[in-house]
Design a protein around this ligand. Sequence first.
Ligand SMILES: C[S@@+](CC[C@H](N)C(=O)[O-])C[C@H]1O[C@@H](n2cnc3c(N)ncnc32)[C@H](O)[C@@H]1O
Length: 265
Amino acid sequence: MMTTADSFRVSAEAYDRFMGRYSRPLALALIDFAGIEAGARTLDVGCGPGALTAALAERFGETRVVGADPSEPFVEACRSRMPAVEAVVAPAEDLPFDDGSFDATLSQLVVNFMNDPAAGVREMRRVTRAGGVVASCVWDYAGEMTLLRIFWQAAHDVDPERAAVADEARWKHWGDEGQLARLWRDAGLSEVRCESLTVSARYVDYEDLWSPLQAGVGPAGAFCKSLDELGRAALRDALRNHLGVADGPFELQALAWAVAGTVGA
Ligand SMILES: C[S@@+](CC[C@H](N)C(=O)[O-])C[C@H]1O[C@@H](n2cnc3c(N)ncnc32)[C@H](O)[C@@H]1O
């Protein structure tokens, strides 16, 4: 049985085609929301193949950003894509950095995948200097993250029992502003604020959306990959019906809840 961690030990290209197309515009929105000052040294926790890392590098300089992720292939992709960026294999809950090493610590679409989110956010706070910012965002799984909400509706049609267990909107927390704000305050962060960030992704056709799902990326991809041939064909049709897309290009919107807080003295 594939674990969530396994579902992120995949190629960077497969990730990019599935979720990366949303990560890039979301990264720009998260950086603006976090309000990071020019010249900041930043850490990207759960960097994946590096969408937010790259956006931070472009804004603040490649030598001013560090990426950390437990997935070896993703860290390797960051290193080869951005040779001047330091990228380390590490989980949020055990960051290999001294206290106060960064001006800002960010994570994008990661808090809900941490084994221990409270410990992960405490670590993000520990490695950030006093007065620095800790910010994250998580998809609005049950609401306006169109691709994943509709994927799980289709999955429930095809295999209700297994979909009920795997559906990210049911087993993942932190997908709303109240929960995120509480997590941030409990980690000792102050001046906590939340905002919704909306981005969109373009698909050239339905195949462009469907084919990366079969690579097994993330919980949705893992569910798709676990089905037999008949089940996958049924999911393919059900997802297309739920999306209501015809032949040709289309665009989907996605909303994430963002949270930011300041490290006290
Ligand atoms: C949905 S991806 C987000 C990747 C990237 N931040 C982005 O925006 O595209 C989730 C990432 O969280 C990472 N992850 C899973 N468990 C983690 C943990 N305990 N600490 C840090 N990252 C974790 C995965 O390896 C994966 O790269």
